[in-house]
Design a protein around this ligand. Structure first.
Ligand code: FES
Length: 154
């Protein structure tokens, strides 16, 4: 009789200990997610430097269209003062913008949107500037910095 009661007590103790441990583990997991929600980890953007071309290949006032590693088109413009890299996707509905040499502007044929050489909206429906990329010129070589997230390597 006493032995049976001991077994029952042991079983109860085991179940209580198991439930206590489970509740503590659940609370610990909950608080760790809650803390992550309150203080999300800081992720620094990582860029990859891509070689584009030589400076002599883009005369002043001209543009060169290149593709990044993911196949997205980028316009490199020589404004005469600097090189600027801009996405070819219009900020309105994503049509491809075209560089107009004579006017030194980007034109979006879908809804007659215009952007200046730095990608700022001049007229039309686009709500914001063209996305830009950082450009670096080293020893006459042009490089652009592409966000690694856009390359799918993050
Ligand atoms: S998509 Fe470019 S102006 Fe509408």
């Amino acid at each position: 009789m006493e032995e049976t009661q001991n077994k029952i007590l042991n079983r109860r103790e085991f179940i209580n200990a198991f439930m206590g441990t489970s509740i503590l583990a659940s609370l610990g997991l909950f608080f760790s997610y809650f803390l992550r929600f309150l203080f999300p980890p800081i992720r620094h953007k990582r860029y990859r430097k891509l070689y584009v071309t030589q400076t002599k290949d883009i005369p002043s006032g001209k543009s060169l269209k290149v593709k990044d590693l993911k196949g997205q088109s980028i316009n490199i413009v020589n404004t005469g003062k600097e090189f600027i890299a801009l996405s070819t996707k219009c900020s309105h509905l994503g049509c491809n913008v075209i560089w107009k040499d004579r006017e030194k502007k980007f034109f979006c044929p879908c809804h007659d949107g215009y952007f200046d050489a730095e990608g700022n909206v001049l007229s039309g429906p686009p709500p914001k500037s063209l996305s830009s990329y950082e450009v670096e010129v080293v020893n006459e070589s042009i490089f652009i910095h592409v966000d690694e997230v856009n390359l799918g390597n993050a």
